[in-house]
Design a protein around this ligand. Sequence first.
Ligand code: THU
Length: 144
Amino acid sequence: MGIKEALEAAYDASMHAYAPYSKYHVGAAVLLDDGSIIVGSNFENASYGLSLCAEAVAIASANSESRLHNIIAITIAGGKPDNDGRAMLTEIPCTPCGRCRQIIKEVSDVMDKDIAIYCLHQSGYRRYRLSEILPDAFGPNNVA
Ligand code: THU
């Protein structure tokens, strides 16, 4: 499996978002170096600030399987849900929030790689490198 499957997996994972407050569904998938995929969806809370983003859930799940070191790319799909709960994509892709960029920074540094981030939109995807969307980032080296 590759990026195409990881993009589809993120889109499908948006169906499982628990987002009764924002009503904005996000699915994320991490693609591992052996081609396997681990997904996450946003998981909100009545105490709004406690909500978890899809990317954080996917990355923490990968860590729970001892696969943090194997992540090569992250895919994201977000939007208002359709009747099945999948994100309705627009021309503007859902890009990772600031907190998730910092979480991806941790993965990037663990991997010693500038992780690629693929964000789905209506007519395709946009591909970013973490360093592009979180320049001059604070990270593990600062506290070493
Ligand atoms: N959200 C994500 O899951 N990932 C992002 O990168 C952007 C925002 C979630 C958080 C919240 O549950 C909802 O989308 C609306 O902000």
